[in-house]
Design a protein around this ligand. Structure first.
Ligand SMILES: *Cc1c(COP(=O)(O)O)cnc(C)c1O
Length: 403
């Protein structure tokens, strides 16, 4: 039987992508979806039989595989099984879900919290539920794709401001009609550059212009603040964020997303957000793992201190070698390469020397700003970090990124 073949622009887009992937693979420049067969202690992975130092992990506090978290997941399977009978509103709400939401609310210093099955769907559903036609959503230009998609999906007026530029944000706020609802949304730590939002100023502007403030804390929970509670703790400005969004898939070694905030806000989202009403609940094992993770963070504060020490070691070392690490002060460390080719070459050499890093190239970042995007965790040992820096420095000289 003949396969039904459509000849149109969709088919051509598919073919173009398939050819691009094929070309990269032929040149040993394809770094997506590498088969990790084993995760060892968070900072090491086995890829194609070789042990590599892991510098692309979001497990910032090194919690993947933590015995307490694994045990919590296992006992949740014994207690509840593996599924949830479906959506929360009908038959799928388990006591572990309620417990997790209480844990998150307490950790974030909020009245209540709601969870969803991914961070991505959390941003989609929360922004599009709260905002609608006629309202204004104002977003940093470097915000995560899930925020952008949520803003587009909302149907609200969508305005952006230059990355971390508070003067431009103020202009946008002034452009909005005074009688419309306004939401300002930004990453607390930016996922490509590792820099921190100008939090005191964004809070002040939201208050002055009567706008809601939503912070995506995917890369700041466990990273910022003395006890890892994120952006408010980092600036000692507790109670400043209206919508505290985060993921359960990075520092928290599970899957899912959440929003913490005022009780009324959470009640509203529970009864109006479509990803909650029309999509199945988090599996019990993942809810229990996430719940235990927050407790481990509180019980093991040394992890946060060690992450900061490791981060400083790595950033200062790369700078001393002559690399441009842009404005990062956090565990996400861009290593500027310039051209896409340089970023690919540096990645390939690093990987051949068992340093697992990944490149970020155009169109994900502007042309000429291609980079490695390395991440540091509390699971790394200083000696390992020094070895990785040695590899990156040697390769950077060979390729001509540094002198
Ligand atoms: C990873 C990430 C998300 C999405 O989280 P998932 O749980 O992986 O879906 C949202 N926002 C930011 C800033 C992220 O980095």
């Amino acid at each position: 039987m003949d396969i039904h073949a459509v000849d149109d622009s969709v088919t051509r887009r598919i073919q173009a992508m398939v050819q691009r992937v094929q070309g990269l693979k032929e040149h040993d420049l394809y770094f997506y979806n590498q088969p990790v067969s084993e995760i060892r202690g968070g900072a090491k992975v086995i890829v194609r039989g070789r042990e590599m130092g892991m510098y692309a992990s979001y497990s910032y506090l090194g919690l993947i595989g933590h015995p307490r978290i694994n045990a919590a997941a296992k006992s949740a399977v014994d207690k509840y099984g593996t599924g949830t009978n479906g959506v929360r509103t009908l038959a799928g709400s388990l006591s572990i879900h309620t417990e997790l939401e209480e844990t998150i609310a307490a950790f974030k210093g909020a009245e209540a919290a709601i969870t969803y099955t991914s961070g991505y769907s959390t941003n989609l559903t929360v922004i599009s539920t709260l905002m609608g036609r006629g309202d204004w959503v104002i977003s940093d230009k470097l915000n995560h794709a899930s925020i952008v998609d949520g803003c587009l999906m909302s149907g609200a007026e969508f305005r952006r401001f230059k990355h971390n530029d508070m003067e431009e944000l103020e202009k946008r706020l002034q452009q909005a009609p005074s009688d419309v609802a306004k939401l300002v949304v930004a990453d607390a730590v930016f996922s490509m550059d590792g820099d921190v939002i100008d939090f005191p100023k964004i809070v002040e502007l939201c208050r002055r212009y009567n706008a809601w403030l939503m912070m995506d804390e995917a890369h700041s929970v466990g990273v910022l603040g003395k006890t890892g509670r994120g952006i408010e703790e980092h600036f000692s400005m507790e109670g400043s964020v209206d919508i505290k969004m985060g993921t359960l898939s990075k520092t928290i070694p599970s899957v899912g997303g959440y929003v913490a905030g005022k009780k009324e806000l959470i009640t509203y989202l529970r009864h109006a957000s479509r990803a909650y009403i029309f999509s199945a609940a988090l599996p019990p094992a993942q809810a229990a793992a996430a719940n235990e993770s927050f407790k481990v963070i509180i019980d093991e504060p040394w992890r946060i201190a060690k992450l900061q020490e490791n981060t400083d070691l790595f950033i200062n070392g790369l700078k001393a070698a002559g690399f441009d690490t842009m404005l990062t002060t956090t565990a996400i460390v861009p290593v500027l390469c310039g051209s896409d080719d340089s970023a690919f070459a540096l990645t390939r050499t690093a990987q051949h020397n068992d340093v697992f890093v990944l490149p970020v190239v155009s169109p994900a970042v502007p042309e000429g700003l291609a980079r490695l995007r390395a991440t540091i965790t509390a699971a790394h040992e200083p000696d390992e970090i020094r070895r990785a820096m040695g590899v990156i420095e040697k390769a950077g000289k060979e390729i001509g990124i540094i002198q």
